[in-house]
Every structure is written in structure tokens, then in C-alpha cells.
Design a protein around this ligand. Structure first.
Ligand code: HSC
Length: 693
């Protein structure tokens, strides 16, 4: 039963019951069930008023995102329901608790009155999915809350609290406890309660100014076309009548739902949730409890990881042998958490509470009672070996031992312990307290419950955990290496670093490869290149950046890398780079040629996708979407493109395959030798999506 109907005196109480989030689904029959219940209540002579609520955890998370691609006539069933509620001759009161987002808030807006519990969040996040509020939200919200509040809510997508909603007239009362009891009391206290259709409210003033201000803030050429369309819809409120505004909005919704941007953002939404599923492991498998964390190594990484844990309220014991290192780590942690208090993100008391959760010591034994111990010591196997062997002796039975390695073999590390099933890799990205991605590395013997525990921990500390197999570079850096290799080749063949960066940034990457390298430290990539020269002599790199590194130009931290950083932050083009590149190309006998932006984007991305396909085929990523999420969360890949593997699907694998084959005939073409998985999928007419399960 998708809607539970009951009577309380003369009030019909209708509760949406579609766990886990009460999505207002057309395909699952929720909309039809609600329509039937509303019709019955309106027609029932004994019913004087109607309350609509949500059963369980929340009012509702909105329309079912999986319905978006249905034909407009199907989507209209949702809109017809809202009009039916709005025009009900009996008053309809919405009883909101916890969450009323998107279509759920639009459902609430179609009611005549709204009651919300203190803990409620109300918002129109459609823009984050590349669409607009398509259930009348763009026409009803400005009428109720005014343009100055409504437009930022729709363009920004962020929710408001129940209290804010009350202030702006979005809800009529905020209650403690049971929302239905609150709605019933609201009705009882205001008898008779007249129906009050939102669509019939007078248009408030200030529309033209608010629309002009919002238009001025739009980013030209943005991949997400929803903000501009939302502003157009808001304009309709004061330039046309309600019915025409609704029709304009409905057409805009379908146009946006068909854009690449919306498809990419929806793929990202579902993907982010899919990566939390471990194939073969029942979803209800309970993770192991983590109540205390030990971290060994108080350097940059260890300190960042400690801050991430403390911010989630987890007690941390940080072990650092050097007194100077301990002082530095303590200061860094206090300053970082203190800054959150200064900026008003948390209260001073909360900051103090978090800092008291920290113990810093030089004694490794202090982690004996931790449920999880993370080693974040120097990236050198012999150093890791000593620490991990000691930890295996010290840590209590059943505790998880994690390595923060970004490049060493996890199976070798697990072999230093008597509990390889409880060893995982936790590859944090720097700064570890900020970056959203956590690659969770699965060793040969890692138990699924240890992975489930790491995933739960990631969520608890506000990160997206993605499980990666134990291969060099895991998912992210292994694909990034191929992307960088092309960026290097393109530079020695004729493009300048600033052109390569600009082309990829215009395509949507948050930062081009050269600016990324300058930020991360050119020395890091240099050490990888040196390692590769020994490991993989048959897969050459361009070595022009090595010359830069030999001069100590390691990027932002040294004031110069590929770019110059006079103020320590802003990248300025260094004319010397062109001189260096011309000399390098001449020395290598490469005739430089003009290179277009399209070639830059294709070569960098196709090389990355090709490696992604190998990673999937080897089982190093469970599914292609796992590689997508790594890129969206950790590498500044544009969410509207849905991640590299999704982007490949959008181009079409046969087209990608043709391009790979052509590129494989050119200079250094070995890097484009098509991955067998792409060949197979293209031959079968399949896509990466078919492997996502
Ligand atoms: C919208 O409402 C469009 C409207 O303007 C109407 C347009 C007009 C006509 C349209 C008709 C179509 N749909 O996040 P969790 C799943 S756009 C489908 O882990 P939490 C989720 O995939 C919508 N599924 O839970 C997951 O599935 P799994 C605007 C949805 O407690 C499961 O529910 N609303 C779904 O951490 C649990 O989700 C939003 O953008 C949905 N709307 O967080 C809100 N929402 O178990 C999106 C969730 O199989 N949702 N699922 O992996 C959220 O932000 C979060 O889910 C909550 C709960 C904060 C609600």
C-alpha cells in the first residue's frame, strides 16, 4: 500500500508510504495511490479537512528521479494531482517532518497550509540534478515566499530550516513532535479553515529586480542549464497568468531532463549511492563498531586524517615519535578546528569538545584500545613494515589495521600481520580533512565486513568511499597517469601548458593538469616518472618536466613550477616555459605543430577512459560507475559529465573505439591500444552502464 488512509474525526489523514524516502514515484504507483486517496477524501461527505503526511523517516525526498525520462504526459499525472489538491474544496494541510525536498515541497506548496516539525529541511534541489522544479514550484514558491527568497532557493538548491521556512511564509506553523498531531491541532484551532490555493495568491512585488539580479549572476556557457531556465520560469510569474506559467515550467523541465548535464548529474546521484554496495555482501551486513581511532604518523596526512575523525566526533590517539612533530600536529589541529569556530561553522564549545577528543603521544601502545588504527608513516616499505608489525602486536584482536599508502602493495603490507582479513588501504587525498574522496583498498584477503566498516566510516566522516583493488595507483591515480602522459606528449608536440589547461578547464575540469601538478607538487609526479622509467621502460613519458624539477621548481610550494606564483597562489604564465619546451622538442627531433583544443581534450580523456576500462576488466573497480565517482569526488571532473566512463557512454563506445584506433596509429600510439573491454562492449552494442548492475 503506497498511501495509508485513516480518519481522525472529520479529518482524512493520508500518509505516503514508499520506503526508504517516500519518493513520489509514478512508476511505483505512489502518485496514482495518492490521487485515489485524495479523490476519495474530497468526495466523502463526512470528511471536512485533509492532512497529507509521510510515513516513517521523512515527509518525502521528492519526485522519483528514475521517472524523469518518462514522456511528458506521464509526468503530468504528478502535476494533475497537485492541481486537484490545490483546488480541493476542503482545506488540505501538509504535515511535514524531517525532509520535504523537490517534488515533495511542491506537493506541500499545492496544499493550503503547511505544518513542519522543528527538525525539518525544506528545499528545491532539482538544480543539482540539472532540472528545475517541475511540479509548479517555480510558480508557487515566489507567490508564497517572495522573489528575493524564492529565486536563490531554486537556483542554489540548498534547503531552509523549519524556522527559516516560517519566517519567509513557506510554512504556517512549526511544531514539536508528531507532525500529524500538529496538523490536527492546527485545524482544530482555526475552524472553519478556508481552502487557500497558492496559485491564486497575488503576485508579490520585486520580481523584475530579483530576476535581473539572478540573471546577472548566471555563468555564461555553464554545463548545467537549469539555473538559467529557473530564472526564466520565475519571470513568468509576473509576466503571465498562473496556468501559462505552469505550462512554461513543464516544458522547461522536459527540455532540461533531456540534456547531457542532467543525465550526468543523475548518474552521479545514483552512482554515489551505488558505490556503497559491495557485490555479494548483503546490504544489511552490519559494519564493525568504530568508537576510537589510532593514527600513527603525525605528518601532513596523519594530521589531516585526525582532523577528519575529530570533526565527526571520533576520539583519536595520534602517535608521533618526534616531539617537534607532535607540537606541530597539535598546533595544526587546534588552528584548523579553531578556524571553523571563528568562521561560525561550529560553536566555540563544539571546537573545544572536538579538540579534547584528541590524545597525542609518542607511545605506540596507546592505540591498544582503538577499533581502527591507520598508519600514515613515510611511503617506504621498510618503514611501513616496522610500524605495521608492531601495530599487529599492539592492536586489540578484531581491530582493523589500515594503511594510508598511495602506491605500495597492500598485500605485502597485510602479510606483515596475522590478520590480513582485517587489513585495508585507506587512501585519503590531501588535505585529508577537506577532500571528499576516500579510496578504500581491498587486499587479496580483506574480509567484506572490513570493507563495509571502511565504507561506513567514510560516510561518517563525510566522505564518499569507493572500493579499489590492490593495483599500482588504485583507480584514481592509475587513470590519472594516462591522462597526464598525454598532457606531457601534447606539450612536446606543440601545445603550451596554458593551452592544455585552458582546453580542459573549458571542457569542465576544475583545474587543468599542469595547474593540478603545480598544486600537488611537481616532485610527486617526478618521483612516479622516475619509478616508471625503471618499471615500465616500454611505456615512455615525455621528460620535459624533469628539467623543471631539476631546477627545484616543484610548483606552488616553491613559488614556481610550470607557472610562477609571485603571491604563492596565483598562477602566472612563465615565458621561460615556452623556451624550455621549444628546446626540448628540438632536442628530441619533434617538429612542433599547432594542436587544437579538441585534440587536447580527446587525447587526455580517451587515454584515461581506456585505462578505466582495463581497471574494470581486471576487477580493480567493481563497476565502471566506481571509476566515475572517484573522478567526480577526487579529481575535479565536472559532475554534469557524469564521470569519465559515463562520458564514454554518452559519446558512444563505437565512436570511442574508432577514435582510439585512429590515435593508436599516431606518435606514441601504443597508449591508445583499445582496451579489450571497450572492443567487446562496442561489438555487442553495449555500454559501460550495462556493467553497473
Ligand atoms: C524532483 O523532485 C523533481 C520535481 O520537481 C518534480 C518534477 C515534475 C515531474 C516529475 C515526476 C518525475 N528519487 O540518499 P540515501 C533513493 S527531483 C528516487 O542513501 P539518506 C536513493 O537512490 C528530486 N530515489 O538516504 C537510495 O537508493 P538505494 C528532488 C531516491 O537517508 C535510497 O533512496 N529531491 C530519491 O542518506 C536512500 O537514499 C532530491 O534531490 C529520489 N528523489 O538521505 C532529494 N531520493 O538505497 C534526493 C533518494 O537503492 N535525496 N532516493 O541506493 C536525498 O537528498 C537523500 O536521499 C535524502 C535521504 C536526504 C532524502
Amino acid at each position: 500500500m503506497k498511501v495509508i488512509s485513516r480518519r481522525d474525526g472529520t479529518v482524512a489523514v493520508l500518509a505516503v508510504a514508499n520506503p526508504p524516502v517516500n519518493a513520489l514515484s509514478i512508476r511505483a504507483g505512489v502518485i496514482d495511490a495518492l490521487r485515489t486517496a485524495v479523490d476519495a477524501a474530497i468526495e466523502d461527505g463526512d470528511v471536512a479537512a485533509i492532512v497529507i503526511a509521510g510515513e516513517g523517516r521523512m515527509f518525502s525526498a521528492g519526485a522519483d528521479i528514475a521517472d524523469f525520462d518518462s514522456p511528458p504526459a506521464t509526468l503530468d499525472r504528478f502535476r494533475d494531482l497537485l492541481l486537484r489538491i490545490e483546488h480541493s474544496p476542503k482545506p488540505v494541510v501538509m504535515a511535514i517532518h524531517a525532509v520535504a525536498l523537490g517534488g515533495a515541497l511542491e506537493l506541500a506548496l499545492s496544499g493550503h497550509y503547511r505544518i513542519a516539525t522543528e527538525d525539518s529541511r525544506l528545499g528545491l534541489p532539482e538544480v543539482t540534478l540539472g532540472v528545475l522544479p517541475g511540479g509548479g514550484g517555480t510558480q508557487r514558491l515566489p507567490r508564497l515566499a517572495g522573489f528575493a527568497r524564492a529565486i536563490p532557493m531554486m537556483v542554489g538548491g540548498g534547503p531552509v530550516s523549519a524556522r527559516e521556512a516560517l519566517e519567509i511564509g513557506l510554512v504556517d506553523a512549526v511544531v514539536d513532535g508528531d507532525p500529524v498531531a500538529g496538523a490536527l491541532a492546527f485545524i482544530a484551532g482555526r475552524s472553519p479553515l478556508p481552502p487557500r490555493p497558492t496559485g491564486a495568491l497575488p503576485v508579490p512585488p520585486g520580481g523584475a529586480e530579483a530576476v535581473a539580479a539572478a540573471r546577472a549572476r548566471l555563468k555564461p556557457g555553464a554545463l548545467n542549464q537549469a539555473p538559467a531556465k529557473i530564472v526564466d520560469c520565475a519571470e513568468q510569474v509576473f509576466t503571465t497568468d498562473f496556468a501559462s506559467g505552469l505550462a512554461f515550467e513543464a516544458a522547461g523541465f522536459s527540455t532540461l531532463a533531456a540534456t547531457e548535464g542532467s543525465k550526468g548529474l543523475r548518474h552521479a546521484f545514483f552512482g554515489e549511492r551505488k558505490v556503497a554496495q559491495i557485490p555479494g555482501l548483503p546490504r544489511e551486513t552490519a559494519p564493525l563498531p568504530i568508537d576510537r581511532v589510532g593514527i600513527v604518523g603525525g605528518g601532513l596526512m596523519g594530521t589531516g586524517i585526525a582532523i577528519a575523525m575529530l570533526n565527526a566526533g571520533l576520539p583519536v590517539t595520534l602517535v608521533e615519535p618526534r616531539a617537534e612533530g607532535r607540537d606541530k600536529a597539535a598546533a595544526k589541529i587546534a588552528v584548523t578546528i579553531g578556524r571553523d569556530a571563528e568562521k561560525g561553522r561550529i560553536s566555540r564549545q563544539e571546537a573545544d569538545r572536538r579538540i579534547t577528543l584528541l590524545t597525542i603521544t609518542d607511545a605506540m601502545d596507546a592505540v591498544a584500545d582503538a577499533d581502527l588504527v591507520i598508519e600514515a608513516v613515510f611511503e617506504e616499505m621498510t618503514v611501513k613494515e616496522g610500524v605495521v608489525r608492531a601495530l599487529d602486536r599492539i592492536a586489540k584482536p578484531g581491530a582493523i589495521l589500515a594503511s594510508n599508502t598511495s602506491m605500495l602493495d597492500l598485500d605485502v603490507i597485510a602479510g606483515f600481520t596475522g590478520r590480513p582479513d582485517h587489513v585495508v588501504g585507506l587512501h585519503f587525498f590531501s588535505p585529508a580533512n577537506i577532500m571528499k574522496l576516500l579510496e578504500i583498498v581491498r587486499g587479496r584477503e580483506t574480509a567484506p565486513v572490513a570493507l563495509a566498516t571502511a565504507l561506513a566510516l567514510a560516510r561518517r566522516i563525510g566522505k564518499t568511499g569507493v572500493i579499489a583493488g590492490n593495483c599500482d595507483g588504485f583507480i584514481g591515480n592509475r587513470m590519472f597517469e594516462e591522462y597526464l602522459r598525454q598532457a606531457y606528449f601534447l606539450a612536446e608536440e606543440g601545445a603550451l601548458p596554458q593551452q592544455i589547461d585552458a582546453a580542459l578547464e573549458a571542457w569542465g575540469m576544475a583545474m587543468g593538469p599542469y595547474r593540478t601538478l603545480d598544486l600537488a607538487g611537481q616532485d610527486v609526479a617526478w618521483s612516479v616518472r622516475k619509478r616508471r622509467a625503471v618499471d615500465q621502460p616500454d611505456r615512455p613519458y615525455s621528460c620535459f618536466l624533469d628539467r623543471l624539477c631539476e631546477q627545484g621548481r616543484f610548483g606552488q610550494k616553491t613559488g614556481a613550477g610550470v607557472y610562477l606564483y609571485a603571491d604563492g597562489r596565483t598562477a602566472e604564465i612563465d615565458p621561460e616555459m615556452e623556451t624550455l619546451l621549444l628546446a626540448h622538442s628540438a632536442e628530441k627531433g619533434i617538429a612542433r605543430r599547432p594542436i587544437g583544443d579538441r585534440e587536447i581534450v580527446e587525447r587526455c580523456l580517451f587515454a584515461m577512459i581506456n585505462e578505466g576500462a582495463r581497471i574494470v576488466a581486471e576487477g580493480m573497480a567493481y563497476r565502471p560507475v566506481d571509476a566515475d565517482i572517484v573522478y567526480l569526488k577526487g579529481y575535479g571532473f565536472p559532475a554534469e559529465r557524469g564521470g569519465p566512463m559515463h562520458y564514454a557512454d554518452r559519446i558512444g563506445l563505437p565512436v570511442l573505439l574508432d577514435a582510439l584506433r585512429t590515435l593508436s596509429t599516431r606518435r606514441n600510439g601504443w597508449a591508445f591500444e583499445p582496451a579489450p573491454l571497450i572492443v567487446d562492449l562496442a561489438a555487442r552494442g553495449d555500454s559501460f552502464e550495462t556493467l553497473n548492475g
